[in-house]
Design a protein. Structure first.
Length: 219
């Protein structure tokens, strides 16, 4: 397991970069909209601006007693709201475009980073457990449990770190489109890489529908 940063690394891992005989099984990018909702907390930003607008309306109405003046004071916040939301969405889009998840027969490779590209290389034989959380749009998150030795820090992995696991950071394929199919493929790759030994399955809480723990196709 290794974590490295590069000045000029390509976002996309190519087949010719892999060792001879190692086959690439899947490659994809996170869904930028789901990334905005999850890692970048777009909904929370909207709720904050809404609460601030209500407070502004109430304070102005209390001071002036005029509803139109209070409404006008709220409308002046709209440009700031639009700018803030647009910046969050832009950052999520750029982050998704600068990210590639790759699953091979032997490893999981994450390449990510807008300003300073980084690469996390996780041998499948070292993965102790995995989970999948599915969302209503078919996307999902797939966190991995790794040994303590050589484990990257939470801040090195963010936004591809499982939330709130600060002390024992877990890398996570975040906002993966068609996550159930990717989890199935990863499950099969883990079993093959570990000599047929069953990797522990830890079902994660699902937004819409959980993946049954007993299904061998689910991670």
């Amino acid at each position: 397991m290794s974590m490295a940063e590069f000045d000029d690394i390509s976002t996309v891992l190519r087949q010719e970069e892999l060792p001879a005989g190692e086959r690439m099984l899947w490659q994809g990018r996170p869904d930028w909209w789901r990334l905005a909702l999850g890692a970048f907390q777009l909904k929370a930003a909207g709720v904050y601006f809404l609460a601030f607008a209500l407070w502004r309306f109430g304070m102005t109405y209390w001071e002036t007693g005029t509803p139109l003046v209070a409404v006008h004071s709220v409308l002046t916040l709209l440009p700031s709201l639009g700018l803030g939301v647009s910046l969050v969405m832009l950052l999520a889009y750029l982050t998704a475009r600068a990210t590639t998840f790759t699953i091979t027969e032997r490893r999981l490779v994450l390449r990510f980073g807008v300003a300073l590209p980084a690469q996390l290389n996780v041998p499948l034989k070292d993965v102790e457990a995995a989970a999948v959380r599915l969302y209503s749009d078919g996307s999902g998150d797939i966190p991995l449990t790794l040994p303590d030795a050589g484990r990257p820090s939470y801040f090195q992995l963010w936004p591809y770190a499982r939330p709130w696991r600060l002390g024992r950071a877990e890398p996570m394929l975040r906002a993966v489109p068609n996550a159930e199919a990717v989890a199935r493929l990863l499950s099969e790759a883990l079993v093959a890489a570990q000599g047929g030994q069953r990797v522990a399955v830890v079902p994660a809480q699902a937004e819409a529908r959980p993946v049954p723990a007993g299904q061998p196709a689910a991670v």
